[in-house]
Design a protein around this ligand. Structure first.
Ligand code: PGA
Length: 251
């Protein structure tokens, strides 16, 4: 199994001065982080953040990539460009991309394969809406998203899955632990069905959606949870360091 992963998604937040948070984070977790630490800033900050993060042993990542390597796609960024800027990971299929940009599972799969082609580790995001949960369709939705979005040819440690219930993102609400555990177990089964059991054991499955310092230890105590994808609470070093330390202590 790859190390547990504490991943921060800054979304459309952060300017050059925000990079000082990386040094504050480094100071706060110095020597105590036994997990991998990743920050995914907006694209213009990836190169500078990658440089600063490497001094602390942290990784940088992109929040999205185009499926193609280069071409006439105004405003888009390729996985190769992110890799060239020093990124190690790329988030694909975040629910905000699926909702705001109409990304389908097939789009997400193509982006995940682009990430792998560029030598990045794709973080494939899936999650049910509140209406789907209320209908009792959560596991079916997750299985369908996985079946459409997982890249071909992954072997485990070169892939990360993030389970992010859409209704839990930015709302302060989270599923009960038993529901997170059930979802993660179903995800691991689906990965095993596609790539085999050893690969499934090697693929970190992150939980995302309102992870905060106050609930991080409890969420990371769930046996199937291998880390977190953190939005709002990753913006401030004081909050994100508490989450990194909670993950490190849960091992
Ligand atoms: P949140 O976002 O932690 O602010 O809920 C999580 C995410 O969207 O990855």
């Amino acid at each position: 199994m790859a190390k547990p992963l504490a991943a921060g998604n800054w979304k459309m937040n952060g300017v050059k001065t925000s990079l000082s948070e990386i040094d504050a984070l480094g100071d706060a977790v110095k020597g105590a982080a036994s997990c991998d630490v990743l920050i995914c800033p907006p694209a213009p900050l990836v190169a500078a953040l990658a440089e600063r993060a490497s001094g602390h042993g942290f990784f940088a990542g992109g929040q999205d990539c185009h499926a193609k390597e280069a071409g006439a796609h105004t405003g888009d960024v390729s996985a190769e460009m992110l890799a060239d800027a020093g990124a190690r990971y790329v988030i694909v299929g975040h629910s905000e991309r699926r909702a705001d940009h109409g990304e389908s599972d097939a789009d997400v799969k193509a982006k995940a394969e682009a990430g792998a082609r560029a030598g990045l580790i794709p973080i494939v995001c899936i999650g049910e809406t509140e209406a789907e949960r209320d209908k009792g369709a959560t596991l079916d939705v997750l299985r369908a998203q996985l079946s459409g979005s997982l890249p071909d040819g992954a072997s485990g440690a070169d892939l990360v899955i993030a389970y992010e219930p859409v209704w839990a993102i930015g709302t302060g609400r989270t599923p009960v632990n038993a529901d997170i555990e059930e979802a993660h177990a179903a995800i691991r089964e689906a990965i095993a069905a596609k790539y085999g059991a050893p690969a499934a054991g090697d693929t970190p499955i992150l939980y995302g959606g309102s992870v905060k310092p106050a609930n991080a230890a409890d969420i990371f105590s769930i046996s199937e949870v291998d880390g977190g994808l953190v939005g709002g609470a990753s913006l401030k070093a004081s909050d994100f360091s508490a989450i990194v330390l909670a993950l490190s202590e849960s091992e």
